[in-house]
Design a protein around this ligand. Structure first.
Ligand SMILES: [Zn+2]
Length: 377
């Protein structure tokens, strides 16, 4: 089901209700038992989320660590320490069997992100026997992989054989937008609230559909395309979000010019009935539209603090690069190379720095306001 189920905005509850929730089982990717004072400390590094629980067993005296659904990639057996003789994973039972040299019971060890840590201490024989008789879990928990930061995809328009707009002084759109995107990336990364990748980092041609797919493959939280096109009579920065009907003739013409290569790939959905798929798509589109509108609003506000704006700054049009159905997206016209004043400004690094700083603020506010949690794993 690709990244869909991991998109926090969609609400995992919905997927759980549909039986399409991602399994809460991870991989155990290593393991060790070491002496920690009088205790034996069992530490298992986990990828993904993993539920676990421990029971006491008699005859022979053991602890059973249940790891439901886990994929074991740790060593076949673990050497013991303290009251633990050794441990081995029994794949058919999703269970780590811990052989004890003496009666011992588990306690939670020091918390460590992405690890199951259990301290096993000697216990009075009567306590151990009571735990066996109770037949219940004596300890349980969930280990979680530390979440990755949300991903923002920046899309510098044009490139390679497609220079984009060219100003009267010869300024090429593809160069201006790449410089601005690199500046914005550096600012966002310095704030450490998101990861950032560019659809192109060099002067190469990238088809429009590939830019969208690039973001979708990576489960981007936000997609921002940067342009500096040409539009007769237009001056100042402006922001565009997706709509099948353009808000005005200029936006429609801009979109038509940008959309030479068309098509946005098929949607990958969990295997549910067509009816449920329609509901999912509709919910997803609502959330995507709301997220797109929000980044547009924030970008207009922050850009307005720094640079001249085109009147009716937030516009709508059917740009192909805005068509990822599950990723909030906006296209920013940093200015218009067809306007000599905009062209002169866009050539200046200090002007591009003001644009990048405004957009970095907008993205940071968007991440905060949207509450985009990092995707686990
Ligand atoms: Zn462009």
């Amino acid at each position: 089901m690709s990244g869909l189920g991991r998109r926090p905005l969609l609400g995992l509850g919905l997927f759980a209700a549909l039986g399409a929730a991602p399994a809460r089982a991870g991989s155990i990717v290593g393991g060790s038992i070491a002496a920690a004072g009088p205790a034996a400390r069992l530490a298992l590094p986990v990828q993904g989320d993993q539920r676990w629980s421990v029971r006491a067993l008699d005859d022979p005296r053991r602890l059973a660590l249940h790891l439901p659904g886990a994929t074991w990639r740790g060593p076949a057996s673990l050497r013991g320490a303290g009251p633990v003789r050794a441990a081995r994973f029994v794949e058919s039972d999703d269970m780590l069997l811990i052989d004890l040299a003496a009666p011992a019971l588990p306690r939670g060890g020091p918390a460590r992100a992405g690890h199951i840590v259990i301290d096993i201490r000697r216990a009075p024989a009567a306590d151990f026997a009571a735990a066996v008789r109770a037949g219940r879990d004596v300890l349980a928990g969930v280990a979680r992989t530390p979440a990755a930061l949300p991903l923002v995809v920046l899309d510098p328009g044009h490139g390679g054989r497609d220079p984009g707009a060219i100003g009267a002084a010869g300024t090429q759109e593809k160069r201006i937008v790449l410089a601005a995107a690199l500046d914005l990336k550096a600012r966002l990364e310095a704030a450490r609230t998101c990861r950032v990748v560019l659809t192109r980092t060099r002067d190469v041609f990238v088809p429009l559909a590939d830019r969208v797919e690039f973001a979708r493959r990576r489960d981007a939280a936000l997609f921002v395309s940067l342009h500096a096109d040409s539009a007769p009579g237009a001056r100042g920065a402006s922001v565009y979000t997706l709509s099948e009907t353009a808000s005005d003739a200029m936006s429609e013409a801009l979109a038509r010019r940008e959309n030479r290569a068309d098509i946005a790939g098929g949607l990958r959905l969990p295997s549910v009935s067509p009816e449920v798929q329609r509901i999912l798509i509709s919910l997803m589109r609502q959330e995507t539209r709301a997220g797109s509108a929000r980044i547009a609003r924030l970008a207009v506000r922050e850009l307005g603090e720094e640079v001249p704006l085109l009147p009716n700054t937030h516009r709508e049009a059917s740009f192909v690069v805005l068509k990822a159905p599950e990723i909030p997206s906006a296209l920013i016209e940093l200015g218009f190379l067809s306007d000599p004043r905009d062209e002169a400004a866009l050539r200046r690094p200090d002007h591009r720095a003001r644009l990048a700083s405004a957009l970095a603020r907008a993205v940071r506010h968007w991440l905060e306001a949207t509450g985009v949690q990092a995707a686990a794993g």
